[in-house]
Design a protein around this ligand. Sequence first.
Ligand code: NAD
Ligand code: TYD
Length: 355
Amino acid sequence: MNINGNILVTGGAGFIGANFIHYLFEQTDFTGLVINVDKLTYAGNLENLSDISQKYDDRYRFHQIDICNYEAMDVIFTKYQPQVIVHFAAESHVDRSIHGPKEFIETNIIGTFNLLELARKHWQDRQDVLFHHISTDEVYGSLGETGYFYEDTPYDPRSPYSSSKASSDHLVSAYFHTYKLPVTISNCSNNYGPYQFPEKLIPLMISNMLEDKNLPVYGDGRNIRDWLYVEDHCSGIWKIIQNGRRGETYNIGGENEWENIKLLHVLCELVARKSGKDLNKILDLITYVKDRAGHDRRYAINCDKIKNELGWTQSVDFSQGLEKTVEWYLANTEWIENIKTGEYQKWIDKNYSNE
Ligand code: NAD
Ligand code: TYD
């Protein structure tokens, strides 16, 4: 598809959305407007885009809006008439969904429904437009020791987070079949890289190591995740937007499976080497804690479809990607500090104070 209109990004102040906006400006030939709509929850951070808003102020717009607010979003659609919607906005952390699922239902399901309704209203029968929905491999459930998630693996979500994402995927797909809305969906494995909120495994562990805090390993530490550098996720999304077949789902993954505890050991060595901290002292911080409720055992993506159809492939090898990530967090301790002293800390104090 020839993209000569505007791109509306939802959730662009979060981890992947911010990386995607960087990617659009810095690594593609897209020349139109990028409109970032973000509610700025605890996870949204405009610091992630301060360089973009300065350097590209003629082509970048930000609006602080909740995607559940139909009227406010209607104004955005009328004003900017986007050609492409890239929908990242979501509540994204499994542990938080266990403590309080309501916001996950509201944003992930009702918010997505609102956007679909608005796209249908504003686009009518246009086919030179696209609603691209960002989703997760967690909708497929949990794997045993063998096997992979394929695009046609039946959905079997286990957490409030993954079931809310599964629900939104089904709605997106329904709008394609029912209303012929041009849509694509990507289901990606665990991302890592710069700007990831330090509640997720990799940045949480790095930041705790730097502060000499315990490194909490859930259960036996042998759960497996398939890790992908965030920029490779962004390049996959861009390929789908340009050439993906409408109505299709594409899996994106790292083909890079790690047991949590093994990954943590690699991370400890890397942080020790880069920060000059004592490795043995860091290793002593590793603490096995109570397992996450309903903790999925293993995720592993088969991404042959996007590779074969769209010529996508991962470009960042895991050791290089982890090294870049650790370097980024070491160089941006103020970024971590700003997050940890804000709204997020208040939420942690309220919800975890008795544990
Ligand atoms: P994140 O939590 O870092 O960012 C989410 C962003 O959405 C934040 O900026 C937040 O302010 C915004 N937001 C939340 N509710 C909103 C609302 N009601 N209205 C407007 N904005 C709202 O999440 P992330 O890790 O960047 O994930 C982005 C998307 O990618 C999500 O849809 C997630 O399900 C999906 N995903 C994430 C991963 C991963 O490893 N992080 C993997 C696969 C898919
Ligand atoms: P996480 O980053 O929350 O991603 P997801 O649950 O969406 O895959 O967690 C990745 C893995 O790390 C998961 O198996 C849970 C585990 N984990 C811990 O062991 N300790 C922690 O403090 C966190 C946040 C996660």
